[in-house]
Design a protein. Sequence first.
Length: 615
Amino acid sequence: MTTADSNETDQEFEALLDFIHQRHGFDFRGYKRSSLCRRIEKRMKEVGRADFADYLAFLEVEPREYAQLVNTVLINVTAFFRDEPAWTVLQQSAIPQILRDKAPDDAIRVWSAGCATGEEAYSLAMIVAEAIGVQDFQRRVKIYATDLDEAALAAARNAVYPAAALASIPDGLVERYFEETGGSFTFRRDLRKSIIFGRHNLLSDAPISRVDLLACRNLLIYLDIETQAQVLPRLHYAMTSGGILFLGKAETQIASSKLFEPIDLRSRIFRKRKAHSPRSHLDMFTAVSTGPHRQIVTQRLLEDMIGAAPVATIGVGADGQLLSANIVARRLFGLAEPDVGQPFHDLQLSYRPVDLRSRIEEAVRTRQIVRIEDVEYFRSSTDTLRLCVEVTPLFNNGLHAATAISFVDVTRQYELQQQLNAANHILETTIEELQSANEELETTNEELQSTNEELETTNEELRSTNEELEATNEELRARTAQLDEQRTYTEAVLGSIGTGIIVADRELRVTSWNRWNENMWGMRRDETKGRSLLSLDVGLPLARIEDQLRRVLATGEPERVELAAVDRRGRSIHYQMIVSPLRLNGAEITGLVIASENGESRAAPVGMTGSGAAS
């Protein structure tokens, strides 16, 4: 590849990174170029793109590709207790140090930066819970687990892992912290409440604060040196004094950092160093007169020191004259060269923006620095400053030699403080509203709990009723089976009788018609059932004896009846029958039973009529 081609490729690569940053808000530019280039080229091959410009065009028309690219670039390689010896040192040395600095009720805050699918966060949870107990863990511990990959965070929140993923967990912890469900293992739900997963960009988002233990393993190795230099102060800021930083075994650059000191360099476990601020020029003034050599304060030395001060500073002699004023003070208060050497009380500065003469007397009398906070200074009608004034007495051999007065511009800090106060007020209001809403939710939850208990009681009653219905249904099925058997038996008996049997209800509707009648009159049983006896179209004219039939229903006395009839072959016969009342259980009459008197009937001339009631 020529130099020109290389430059063009670099420009296309930078254009791709700029596009990803502007369109999706993720800045890959802090990652090591060689590693980042390899990961992107790997994804380009998978989707068949020849160069960076072609892939950029593909991203523009296929927005879903961005998620696949992130998954490729962010190498989510993780495991429970990865590099187990380092975890052992963390558990045996670092965790006890954190606990020694904590009161029994103090909160413990842990941050897993770059948590991937959650194995590291849950490993941290297990070792902390082992150290303080599960109950104290639920009460005191918050673990913040962050990553850029939303898909990985979703998997971490589910906390479901195959059995193979748990192989690296020390003995006994699986049984105490996981629940088996269908061949997979789920981290305990009651402990997951203390673990908060969220998307966070370590390069651009504000760091989580007051962290006692920060695990950022195998993340810095993907960043270039400049970006690492930006990230380390963020990690330092996030941690409490003496907080523990836990890195991956490949991350060696922090060993030379002045922000952290090693606890166990081999395991990459470090402690936060306290930040040291350089001494101010006022401390230096005091050191001149109170140091071990007790140097004599001269006007020349005072002028040199005041002139070197980065803030507005003046010097007033013991005789009350203005000895010196640096250039910052001259510009701020409009002092001129002739003012030096003049009596200080004649200058406007002695009483504006604040009375300094009484403060000088107080500082000399108490031999202490006098600080005046939040001094309002109207430099013009449109320009107002906020100053912090410090009056420092300087002594030589126990005698007052001079006074140094500094004016620190704290306007920006004042404005920020005001904004912070307003934000705190809003926050307090929001917290009160959230508390109120939380109480309402608790009330609603209690009501729902009560409703749930009522529903459970109702459900129990329904189950009991259902059991009773099932028992009744079983009895009905048994009874129905008996009735079916009885009906089959009755029909078999009726069908076996060698005479005609007709059974009718009180409305004279046919309920039974045996086989003898089918053969005799040529009408099947299913054709007669439910029809009126008086309307049957057969050779037996039962309508003629309706009065006798109804009389039997009324009196309950059987009657013998003769009737001229014609069988299905067209033969004329005298049909003799006995009409009897049908009683169930010897009680009320429910119908009639009409039986032929015998199996044969005498032939007779056609036209013979039936007789009345037999004698």
